[in-house]
Design a protein around this ligand. Structure first.
Ligand code: NAP
Length: 287
């Protein structure tokens, strides 16, 4: 039995849909914390397990009879490492053999401006390894799907305004990453491996603006303001402070080239080229 956590989320639901194309629903379970959100999954015949990363007992019950756990990192940054440790401890108690964890592919977390936000991924990796599980670390690049959050829905009118300098990112789409995780989960070939999962090319924000210009036929400019000007601009939109700090952190990390390395793992596992920046922008802004 394979259990997918975060199955009501965007990555988790796409993983479940990919697994359903290849194995019987009776071999798939999902961890959800809100039964109301399970109608579609239930109708597909997937086993529903109710649990919360913050409630250790709920997790031990939820992970019964599970051999492989696809542990999706929490989206709640309030003691995320504590939540992950709860899940890993519960997996051990329940007799889970193999954990596939959605980590990050970064050059050096120690020198990254994103250390306060993302160091917990590497702590989680260590905790899984130190607890004796078979593991596969799916070290994701930034999702292509985060671009609209950074450049805005109205980017064709506003231009790209983001303090990332000339930093490059090997963005990969959530859809491609989900397909790859399902393939990895159904194979033994990736046991005890850490796999950086990135696109095969990397892109700067100047490339984003250039591609939008090509696709729209109208000039889309790129301005990389100072972090101070960017912060004041976001404050002017009355965005919540944690969102502002997170945006500044990611811009600084990108400028620092934390995510610029490309690897072939994603392309090899998919057996095709991953979705490119241009393909992603086309379906997102021109449909
Ligand atoms: N690499 C990147 O660029 C990037 C970008 C965004 C996110 N991420 C990471 O990747 C993960 C998956 O991405 P996504 O886009 O699928 O995120 P998402 O759509 O926000 O889904 C997050 C999932 O985690 C579940 N969850 C949150 N807190 C939980 C808890 N205490 N106990 C059990 N489940 C909990 C949510 O359940 P509910 O439906 O009950 O809320 C949801 O199913 C994120 O959680 C985040 O850590 C990476």
């Amino acid at each position: 039995m394979i259990l997918v956590t975060g199955a009501t989320g965007q990555l988790g639901s796409a993983i479940v849909n990919n697994l359903l194309l290849q194995v019987s629903p009776s071999e798939i379970a999902v961890l959800v914390r809100d039964e109301e959100k399970t109608k579609e999954l239930k109708s597909k015949g997937v086993q529903i397990r109710i649990g919360d990363y913050k409630n250790p007992n709920s997790l031990v019950n939820a992970f019964k009879d599970v051999e492989k756990l696809i542990l999706i990192s929490s989206n709640d940054f309030n003691d995320r490492i504590g939540q992950h440790k709860n899940a890993i401890d519960a997996a051990k108690k329940a007799g889970v053999k193999h954990i596939i964890y959605t980590s990050m592919s970064m050059n050096d977390i120690e020198t990254s401006p994103l250390k306060p936000f993302l160091a917990d991924h590497y702590e989680t990796e260590d905790y899984i390894k130190n607890n004796g599980f078979t593991y596969t670390m799916m070290q994701h690049s930034l999702y292509l799907d985060v671009l609209p959050m950074f450049i805005g829905e109205q980017v064709l009118e506003t231009g790209v305004f983001f303090p990332a300098g000339e930093g490059r990112v090997a963005y990969a789409s959530r859809t491609d990453l989900a397909e790859a995780i399902a393939k990895v989960a159904l194979s033994d070939a990736f046991d005890n491996q850490s796999l950086p999962m990135t696109n095969v090319e990397n892109y700067s924000y100047a490339d984003v603006a250039k591609t939008l210009t090509e696709l729209s036929g109208k000039e889309v400019a790129y301005v990389s303001p100072t972090p101070e000007v960017f912060e004041q601009t976001l404050k002017g939109f009355n965005l919540p402070e944690p969102i502002i700090q997170m945006s500044l952190g990611f811009a600084a990390g990108i400028k620092n080239n934390d995510f610029d390395k490309t690897f072939l793992n994603l392309q090899t596992i998919l057996g095709r080229k991953p979705q490119s920046l241009k393909e992603y922008l086309k379906v997102t802004y021109f449909n």
